[in-house]
Design a protein around this ligand. Structure first.
Ligand SMILES: Cc1ncc(COP(=O)(O)O)c(C=O)c1O
Length: 385
């Protein structure tokens, strides 16, 4: 195993790609004194540009992916007494957004290979109270949208897509975010396109877009600004952030190409290893590989900490995978959910993690990661043979 400290380089789990264009646009916003969420050319440019990129008519910027999801729920009038079916394995922000409204999120278990919601398990969770299905395109791989869309239509349910990790990912040649009633994005610093913090909802429905635009800005009145239309929120993205977003949008395809090259490199290096479950790309999918998430299998299953610790010693950053909703103590204690409701999600909860996946990693960085990762897993598996 390579542990010589002198030769160790630092490999971050992810870093944004920022350059001259970002500086130019942000500085322009500064020079124009357009720094808030009310004024400036970049806000509508970014909303229109990103919505169009995804194949949707309307975009409404927000302060984060979490607030985009919350606004989506509010725009669809989801609230107390309603149930929303959500893929159990995700960043808990997806569940929080439903909980903010007073509605009850119902976790649905995942497919073992894509780690996305399993369409075959959706119908059995539908009740009289169900109002919506909220799918998550996890780690950049699109959900199998045809069966999900068909179920939503047949049961008259709203369909919302959490695309926080899947900008530019495609299902049967069409970009995610454009399948459901509303698509929600995060532009946090580690996302494929970033504005530092930020988010957006996209939709083809003008009424949803209009409602979201009103609610995100304190629901100000039209005739008399301070005669409010509703309980409003301040979820406004600033023009400074939108300037960053406009620059990022010009390089998004390049970022995605590089993400796909990183994934291809790892997948070739680790192919056929019986102890690793690697990310897949189904024939219906264009995976944008937001993060290269691996699941340890067989005798490596309980060894995640050892593997991650070794990589940390080599100054290679990694992150644990998500813990499903049904395994979160806070919700089990409240009686919202039972621990073993989603066995497939539970199965990967403590054995998945992701490797450095930034679009700007060099060939040398990737070789270094792969070599040290293979070293540690080979040493662990060889000790059993
Ligand atoms: C799937 C998913 N949904 C929602 C969010 C929340 O986004 P934000 O951090 O911008 O609030 C994230 C953040 O990483 C996410 O991965």
């Amino acid at each position: 195993m390579q542990t010589n400290t002198e030769t160790k380089k630092h490999v971050p789990v992810s870093q944004p790609v920022l350059g001259e264009l970002e500086s130019e646009y942000v500085n322009k916003a500064l020079r124009d004194n357009a720094i808030s969420g009310f004024y400036g050319e970049y806000l509508s440019k970014f909303e229109n540009g990103f919505a169009e990129y995804c194949g949707c008519k309307y975009g409404v910027t927000t302060t984060s992916g979490t607030t985009a999801l919350h606004l989506a729920m509010l725009s669809l009038s989801i609230g107390a007494g309603d149930e929303v079916l959500v893929s159990s394995l995700t960043n808990m922000a997806t569940f929080f957004a439903v909980l903010y409204t007073g509605a009850k999120p119902i976790p649905v278990d995942i497919e073992k290979d894509t780690l996305n919601i399993d369409p075959k398990l959706i119908e059995e969770k539908i009740t009289e109270q169900t109002k919506a299905i909220l799918v998550v395109h996890l780690f950049g791989h699109p959900v199998d949208m045809d069966p999900v869309t068909e179920i939503a239509r047949r049961h008259n349910l709203f369909l919302v897509e959490d695309c926080a990790q899947a900008h530019g990912a495609e299902y049967k040649g069409k970009k995610v975010g454009s399948f459901g009633d509303i698509g929600c994005f995060s532009f946090y610093a580690n996302k494929i396109l970033t504005t530092g913090e930020g988010g957006m909802i996209i939709t083809n429905n003008s009424a949803y877009a209009e409602k979201a635009a009103v609610l995100k800005s304190l629901a100000f009145g039209v005739k008399n600004k301070f005669m409010h239309q509703d309980i409003g929120y301040n979820y406004r993205m600033t023009n400074l952030q939108a300037a960053l977003g406009c620059a990022q949008l010009e390089r998004i395809e390049n970022i995605i190409d590089n993400k796909r090259k990183v994934a291809q490199f790892y997948s070739e290096k680790f192919a056929d290893n019986p102890y690793l479950q690697l990310p897949v790309e189904k024939d219906y999918a264009k995976n944008v590989y937001w993060m290269y998430h691996v699941v340890l299998k067989g005798i490596l299953k309980g060894k995640r900490e050892i593997v991650m610790n070794h990589l940390t010693e080599c100054r290679i950053e990694t992150r644990e995978g998500f813990i499903p909703y049904n395994m979160q103590n806070v919700f089990i204690e409240k009686g919202f959910v039972q621990f073993d409701e989603c066995p497939a999600a539970n199965d990967v909860a403590y054995s998945g993690f992701y490797l450095p996946s930034g679009p700007n990693l060099s060939g040398e960085d990737l070789e270094y990661v792969a070599e040290n990762f293979l070293d540690v897993i080979n040493s662990l598996t060889n000790s059993y043979t």
